[in-house]
Design a protein around this ligand. Structure first.
Ligand SMILES: [Zn+2]
Length: 145
């Protein structure tokens, strides 16, 4: 099993302490500067194969969707999931949400979010809503042939 990891958007960096330390990517380690654009965060998450965590779901969904649609003929641009949390979030709210995540009627974990490129939106009450991102241009093309 490959290790999944989380990349935190600046606005929610305080929430990183509620996630397993070994799974949190340091922005400094991947040379992601403060004030980096959302596009740069998505690009960095793609390279690091990381789940993006943010409070700013709307912008990230739009940027990730555009990233996946880009017409790359030679390789896959699938991403590794997006988690949108309330800001600030309490630890017990996050834990409750993580325990309640389901997709296609099955209980899922962060590993599934990462592996299947899922979008998880956590409500202030800790209710998760889970949907799947589209496949990238390359994969869509190869699945239909
Ligand atoms: Zn792909």
């Amino acid at each position: 099993m490959r290790p999944y990891r989380f990349l935190f958007d600046e606005c929610v960096r305080d929430a990183a302490e509620y996630f397993p330390k070994a799974r949190v990517i340091s922005r400094a380690n991947i040379k992601l500067k403060d004030g980096a654009s959302d596009e740069a965060v998505v690009e960095a998450a793609y390279k690091a194969e990381a789940i993006i965590v943010t409070a700013n779901g709307k912008d990230f969904i739009r940027i990730m969707d555009r990233f996946l649609k880009k017409q790359m003929v030679k390789f896959c641009r699938d991403l590794n999931g997006l988690v949108v949390i309330p800001n600030p979030i309490q630890q017990h709210v996050l834990r409750r949400a993580a325990e309640r995540m389901t997709f296609d009627g099955e209980k899922i974990t962060w590993y599934d979010v990462w592996r299947r490129d899922l979008y998880v939106k956590i409500s202030p009450q800790g209710i998760p809503r889970v949907v799947r991102f589209r496949r990238c241009y390359y994969c869509e093309k190869h699945e239909s042939t």
